[in-house]
Design a protein around this ligand. Structure first.
Ligand SMILES: *Cc1c(COP(=O)(O)O)cnc(C)c1O
Length: 235
């Protein structure tokens, strides 16, 4: 595995997709999804040029912070988060992508209030209605955005989705376009709230060119950087 080479390849793929769509490549950030990776691998990725890491599991996040594995990079939380674990995440990461229930939203706000911080968040949207995945059904996005805007210690920055794995290029384009339109609609409906929703976290190793074409601002890539994960690895 040559991390530097993999980073360059994914970055080139993002840049090409952005240019083809008439977008500024600099408007699309590459997040390295580091689930199941060791602290040494994360350190190597940061040394090779990764500037943003995304962690799925609270236990891994806590261990890697203790190891100072992310030093030199920013850290986001992108995985399923249980309400009773928010205390390990709030204030530790720049952005939580995976706010998937009202209960979790309120728990994050309460913990941020306790710490006296403002926690940036995204709402995770379950576009395909998959029972196996978390996230708000699209019709709940606007009311939940209004709720977030009414809470004092979270700042809603945008939306995130994890569509079904794409079998072919183009297959997930409609999901990404739907998420982008949902963000546009929410912004329009909430002009009075002065919210600054400019983040669209969408696109993974298998479908990121389509996500970039549809307006993604943050691509979350794991296997294209680190190689395939073990089939039974958590995550
Ligand atoms: C694992 C994971 C990714 C990266 O997946 P790859 O297919 O390996 O690129 C992105 N987002 C989330 C939420 C993940 O759990």
């Amino acid at each position: 595995m040559d991390l530097r080479e993999n980073i360059a390849q994914v970055r080139a793929g993002i840049d090409a997709a952005a240019r083809a769509a008439g977008r500024d490549p600099a408007a699309v950030e590459l997040l390295a999804a580091t689930k199941t990776q060791s602290s040494d691998t994360i350190r190597a990725a940061v040394a090779a040029g990764v500037t943003l890491c995304g962690e799925n599991r609270v236990q891994e996040l806590t261990a890697h912070i203790a190891d100072r594995a992310y030093d030199g990079a920013r850290v986001h939380f992108i995985g399923h988060l249980q309400t009773n674990k928010v205390k390990y995440v709030v204030g530790q990461v720049e952005l939580i992508h995976s706010v998937s229930s009202e209960k979790l939203l309120r728990a994050i706000d309460a913990q941020a209030a306790k710490l006296g911080v403002l926690q940036d968040i995204l709402l995770e949207i379950n576009l395909a209605g998959e029972a196996s995945k978390s996230g708000f059904p699209p019709p709940e996005a606007l009311p939940t955005a209004r709720l977030a805007a009414s809470l004092g210690h979270v700042r809603l920055r945008g939306l995130m989705c994890i569509p079904p794995a794409a079998a072919a290029p183009g297959e997930n384009l409609h999901y990404f376009e739907t998420l982008r339109q949902l963000a546009v609609d929410i912004r329009q409906e909430m002009l009075d709230n002065n919210i600054d929703m400019d983040v669209l976290s969408m696109g993974m190793s298998g479908d990121y060119p389509d996500a970039v074409a549809a307006g993604s601002t943050c691509i979350r890539v794991g296997s294209a950087l680190f190689g395939p994960r073990l089939p039974n690895a958590p995550g």
